[in-house]
Ligand binder design. Structure first.
Ligand code: SAH
Ligand code: SF4
Ligand code: F3S
Length: 471
């Protein structure tokens, strides 16, 4: 608590019943999870959500600082609220939380003085009382803690989808990849006791959740701090017994992905055969400079083992181009990884220096136009790889969890396959999307595009029968 900083008086009045809120979320799944908790807390305080900032008594930004662009977007959006707040004669409380809140604390107010509350990643549960304090006092309130004992999962949640839940199994990160800000804004890695995870998943399954995503910056090291050795494979097996029908997880660090985890993925039916395995670079020299603890060869051997155990595995990755000192030869090594790994999806980023990280003080920056050119080449290769993987699924049957309708056409159902691919199914006359939302059904794939598959629902499920629920 030593780092707690707070300004203003503390005469508390709860956010009033009937007030409205809007939450804007940036960044990763951990932030999405935390935003669901913020929504839960504000709902519990009697508030209701709205879609427009102009209608919101409270606006909460859950922020990300992993790359510069995320920083800029936040600043732009908060700045634009100044006039909205003025139009409401100041009757709007603006709160900034998440990773920028954690990193900047009080500093944020110098640029954005109309912000009322700044909070961090370790004190989400304090938000209602911080809002109270800012309203009761004369100035803005800042509270940023260095670490916390709480897991936000224990807070009430207002989940985005009733059939899906984010379940953090670890928080924080101890890996200190040299480019990455996350360990500084999320703190040291801590695991949740297995029995807590299991009882949460049992409760979620009983509430109708069909799919969970186990979250951690490096899920493979789950349990190391609690049990002395990682117990991620065991966690997968335990969650599979809770009644949850599909289990996803992210993120896996290649240095820690164990044989037991591969076996658990290959043998436990509830565990989706879908793996996000960030490679970041294919160059050994760059991987060392990034502090990643594997080589191009060991990474590709791991990929071979994975496909050996699960030929139908959907594999995705993250790649950074333009890390300081990256040469064309280094970049060609990265392209070689892509050629061998047959990724279904790759998230590609141009390196963005983050103040306070070791890489930020490295010399030899890659000129922007070279990074951009490598980025464009990379995207091209990724698209070809994704399309090839999707084409291989034509004429196969995929278990799809339907989530709603296509963004472009309300007469087309949209869902996700086990490999996390978007699957489209045109609705038959007389069918309604609501019958399918949150339910599994087998889909015969007839067509493949780069970023989605299309097909039709097989058998009785086509009529919206509840038999379609079996996974
Ligand atoms: N813990 C996860 C996710 C970390 S952030 C993991 O280890 O994969 C998500 C991705 O953002 C990273 O995988 C990396 O590819 C990218 N990233 C992180 N810091 C970055 C930076 N400074 N510049 C560009 N991309 C970055
Ligand atoms: Fe960042 Fe590396 Fe930790 Fe991922 S494993 S959060 S990239 S430091
Ligand atoms: Fe961004 Fe924080 Fe996640 S910096 S990627 S929101 S942990």
């Amino acid at each position: 608590m030593s780092a707690a900083r707070r300004r203003s008086a503390a005469c508390y009045t709860r956010p009033a019943m009937g007030e409205t809120y809007l939450i804007r979320t940036f960044g990763c799944q951990m932030n999405k999870h935390d935003s669901e908790r913020v929504a839960g807390l504000l709902r519990t305080a009697g508030m209701t959500p709205v879609d427009e900032a102009a209608d919101a008594d409270v606006v909460v930004f859950m922020t990300c600082c992993v790359r510069d662009r995320a920083d800029e977007r936040l600043r732009g959006q908060v700045a634009s609220l100044k006039s909205v707040k003025a139009a409401r004669k100041g009757h709007q409380t603006i709160a900034v939380g998440g990773c920028i809140g954690q990193r900047d604390g009080e500093r944020l107010l110098r640029q954005l003085p109309h912000v009322d509350v700044v909070f961090g990643t370790h004190n989400v549960s304090h938000l209602p009382s911080l809002i109270d304090a800012s309203r009761a006092g004369r100035g803005s309130v800042v509270e940023v803690l260095e670490a916390s004992e709480e897991f936000t999962s224990d807070l009430p949640a207002e989940r985005e989808h009733p059939w899906h839940a984010w379940v953090p199994i670890t928080v924080g990160c101890d890996n200190f990849c040299t480019y990455c800000i996350v360990p500084y804004v999320r703190g040291r890695e801590r695991s949740r006791p297995l029995e807590q995870i299991v009882s949460e998943c049992e409760r979620l399954a009983a509430e109708g959740v069909r799919e969970v995503t186990l979250l951690g910056q490096n899920v493979n090291s789950y349990g190391r701090d609690l049990y002395g050795t990682p117990r991620f494979a065991e966690a997968l097996a335990a969650v599979a017994q809770t009644g949850v029908e599909r289990i996803r997880f992210a993120t896996s660090h290649p240095k820690d992905l164990s044989g037991q985890t591969i076996e658990a993925m290959a043998t436990i039916p509830q565990v989706a055969r879908s793996l996000h395995l960030p490679v970041q670079s294919g160059s050994d020299r760059i991987l060392t400079a990034m502090n990643r603890h594997y080589t191009k060869r060991s990474y590709l051997e791991l990929v071979d083992r994975l496909y050996g155990a699960m030929p139908d595995l959907a594999l995705s990755t993250d790649i950074i181009v333009g890390f300081p000192g990256e040469t064309e030869a280094d970049f060609l090594d990265t392209l070689e990884v892509l050629e061998h790994a047959h990724y279904d999806q790759a998230f590609t980023f141009i390196y963005s220096p983050r103040e306070g990280t070791p890489a930020a003080s490295l010399g030899d920056p890659v000129p922007r136009e070279i990074s951009q050119e490598r980025f464009d080449r990379l995207v091209n290769v990724v698209q070809h790889s994704a399309l090839a993987k999707n084409r291989a699924l034509v004429d196969s049957v995929q278990q799809v969890l339907f989530t709603g309708v296509s963004k472009r056409d309300a007469n087309v159902l949209a869902g996700r396959s086990e490999g996390n691919k978007v699957v489209h199914v045109p609705l038959e006359p007389g069918q309604h999307a609501e019958e399918f939302r949150g339910r599994f059904a087998p889909v015969m794939i007839t067509e493949a595009q780069t970023w989605f598959l299309s097909g039709y629902i097989l058998g009785e499920a086509a009529a919206g029968s509840h038999n379609a629920d079996a996974h």
